[in-house]
Design a protein around this ligand. Structure first.
Ligand SMILES: [Zn+2]
Length: 173
């Protein structure tokens, strides 16, 4: 109660070394019953737009103390907390969690992974980037997450780099 007014990070207590190992999907879902439900890989969407993280399913857990989380092999989204965010911010959160599957525990790495995917796959534009920065800049950060404004700055760098390489690739065609 009231915790939503004072967000500190995207995944309190879930990131860092914990992200390297974790409960299996079955263990996690069992522990989070009856609230948690599993959305199969390929079936996840936000606002009618499909998202994908390869073969990884998504657990919808309204009790998660954050917007999203990740353990090896699956992603976790709190449907109540992402509800009301703009679509690009929802996509950013989902792909940040997806990024942990490939990048590991690095928060800035997962952020950049998400932004790069957004540019490459076409769901992220300047307005979406502004929305993400507005969302993230309210977060204070913690031992593993830099303060929100810093994350915004780093993500804007990733955005510019990804746009640059996209342009280069289309010029070479
Ligand atoms: Zn993270």
């Amino acid at each position: 109660m009231g915790e939503a007014e004072q967000p500190t990070s995207l995944e309190p207590n879930m990131i860092g070394p914990v992200a390297i190992t974790g409960p299996s999907l079955q263990q996690y879902v069992k522990a989070q019953q009856p609230e948690a439900t599993v959305v199969a890989a390929g079936k996840m969407s936000f606002d009618g737009h499909a998202v994908s993280c390869g073969t990884r399913p998504t657990v919808l857990n309204p009790k998660l103390d954050s917007w999203g989380g990740a353990f090896p092999g699956y992603l976790i989204i709190n449907p109540d907390r992402v509800n009301g965010l703009s679509t690009p911010v929802k996509f950013y959160i989902y792909h940040h969690e997806c990024g942990h599957q490939f990048i590991g525990a690095s928060e800035t790495g997962a952020d950049c992974f998400s932004i790069r995917r957004g540019v490459r796959w076409g769901w992220l534009d300047d307005k979406g980037m502004d929305n993400i920065c507005k969302f993230i800049s309210q977060l204070k950060g913690d031992s593993v997450h830099p303060p929100g404004p810093k994350r915004c700055e780093l993500m804007r760098q990733c955005y510019a780099e990804a746009l640059g390489s996209k342009r280069q690739a289309s010029n070479q065609r």
